[in-house]
Design a protein around this ligand. Structure first.
Ligand SMILES: NC(=O)c1ccc[n+]([C@@H]2O[C@H](COP(=O)([O-])OP(=O)(O)OC[C@H]3O[C@@H](n4cnc5c(N)ncnc54)[C@H](O)[C@@H]3O)[C@@H](O)[C@H]2O)c1
Ligand SMILES: [Zn+2]
Length: 354
């Protein structure tokens, strides 16, 4: 089991990463024995996981709230349903929420915790690979509104994060690959050790080998944690976590957020961004090939050619990475370090798509 301490000052919290066996002492210490607990989950997580979690918790005042799975539930309506439960059970500031599921559950539950009585404790137990390596760490909580995704929210750290590879065994192939997209992102934006692990163990990653999963999750969290701790409110370096996301978000929007997972879209976005990096002279042809080889070795889709810049441009203009009318891109350099820039030749974007 590895433990990564993240966050700053009073907002510090531990992220525990374990294999298929889940240690419970820290979990129970964070939950406490006497206070009330509400587990929030969606109806897409296999029931056996909820039963298992309830068994691991010693506290006897545990309630479970389940909402309909899917991005649509990350709404005011579900927010109200959850907070209504908290009022119904007379939750106070000593009580605790547990977000048990993917990023939708985590973002929504985190936002309830951030705002209920101006803030109560919550624990993240992420169960998708994407939420394990990305959304459960960094304290971003949010709901969607008709005006856009994640536009209402706050930065509010959990008090504890527990990650077990056990839950990943039931994930769909597409969900698993979506999370792998974010894992390779950390390898491309600076985590050399992770890049080596992936290059040497692609088959084990594809077959969800417990030990390798533990390693790649730990390395991913190390990178995310380092970056978000340096820039808690996303005003600077945190932008490099968006490598592949400007093009990836445009691809998701082009598909109307259907038929393609977030990770699959950003994987294609990373290839396009790596190609821009190559045409801008920041990486060599060999390094560009290396990016694509890594993606292919994990059986992730690398076929970016069906997308045209002309078709995606309008979505990129609406992206929040456009500031003062100029598009910002996150590119990579020859040391596989990411950097944000608005200084590039538009012709190289066109070339990157061809
Ligand atoms: N806060 C952040 O920093 C951050 C970062 C990245 C993404 N996000 C958010 O995360 C969300 C996407 O998260 P996601 O990809 O985890 O999607 P998700 O939460 O919708 O989960 C995907 C599906 O997997 C199911 N599921 C969950 N655990 C399972 C398991 N162990 N076995 C089988 N099925 C399981 C869920 O029921 C759901 O149907 C988006 O809303 C996005 O905005 C937030
Ligand atoms: Zn992402």
């Amino acid at each position: 089991m590895s433990i990564i301490s993240t966050g700053k000052g009073l907002n510090k919290y531990d992220v525990h990463i374990c294999g298929n066996t889940i240690p419970t002492s820290q979990l129970n210490r964070h939950i406490g024995l006497k206070n009330k607990v509400l587990i929030v989950a969606d109806d897409g997580i296999p029931k056996q996981h909820i039963t298992k979690l309830k068994k691991l918790i010693k506290n006897k005042n545990v309630k479970v709230f389940i909402f309909k799975q899917g991005e649509k539930s990350k709404s005011f309506k579900t927010y109200q349903k959850i907070t209504n439960q908290l009022f119904k059970y007379n939750f106070d500031r000593s009580d605790i929420l547990i977000a048990f599921g993917g990023g939708v559950v985590g973002d929504l539950t985190g936002f309830c915790a951030a705002t209920f009585l101006r803030g109560i404790k919550y624990i993240q137990i992420p169960t998708t690979l994407l939420s394990q390596v990305d959304s459960s760490v960094g304290g971003k909580t949010a709901i969607n509104v008709p005006q856009g995704k994640n536009l209402i929210g706050s930065f509010y750290n959990p008090s504890y994060v527990l990650i077990s590879t056990f839950f990943l065994q039931t994930l769909s192939d597409s969900q698993y690959k979506s999370g792998l997209g974010e894992v390779v992102k950390y390898a491309f934006i600076g985590n050399k050790r992770l890049k080596n692990i992936i290059q040497n163990n692609a088959n084990k990653i594809v077959s969800k080998d417990e030990n390798i999963l533990k390693l790649i999750i730990t390395e991913s969290i190390k990178t995310k944690s380092k970056i978000v701790t340096l820039d808690e409110k996303e005003s600077g370096i945190r932008a490099i976590l968006n490598f592949g996301h400007t093009f990836g978000h445009a691809i998701e929007a082009h598909h109307k957020y259907k038929d393609i997972s977030h990770g699959a879209a950003i994987t294609l976005g990373m290839i396009i961004a790596a190609r821009v990096s190559f045409y801008e002279g920041h990486i060599s042809e060999k390094q560009l090939k290396n990016v694509i080889e890594i993606i292919d070795s994990l059986n992730l889709n690398s076929d970016f050619k069906k997308y045209k810049y002309s078709g995606l441009k309008k979505y990129m203009a609406a992206d929040k990475k456009v500031s003062k009318g100029k598009l910002n891109l996150v590119l990579i350099d020859k040391n596989f370090k990411a950097f944000k820039t608005s200084n590039f030749n538009n012709k190289n974007i066109l070339k990157a798509f061809s």
